[in-house]
Write a new protein. Structure first.
Length: 101
């Protein structure tokens, strides 16, 4: 079993029973890794409303959402296939844009 902490932005907390941090357990090798999409599937199983805010209808990461496994953005580490090990932290963050005028 792989145990992972998923951090959810406050704006999505109402869809996760008011929580900004959810611990999920994913069946898998105790000494290996599972792909991120399996971790997210475990999150959707408990809080299905979060899914539509993070993924498109086709199952791709929405452009305005960033997901990190530890300090690494999944956009540069394998996308939804990024390996996640036991004890990892996954963070879902809304993208921030804009700038000075």
């Amino acid at each position: 079993m792989i145990r992972v902490t998923v951090r959810i932005p406050a704006v999505l907390a109402p869809l996760a029973a008011g929580r900004t941090e959810v611990d999920v357990v994913v069946p898998g090798p105790d000494d290996g890794a599972v792909p991120l999409d399996r971790v997210l599937d475990a999150l959707w199983a408990v809080h299905p409303g979060v899914r539509d805010r993070v993924l498109t209808e086709q199952g791709a990461l929405r452009p305005h959402v960033n997901v990190f496994v530890g300090p690494e953005s999944i956009r540069f580490s394998g996308g939804l296939a990024t390996p996640v090990t036991d004890g990892a932290e996954v963070s879902i963050l809304p993208a921030v844009s804009g700038g000075a005028r």
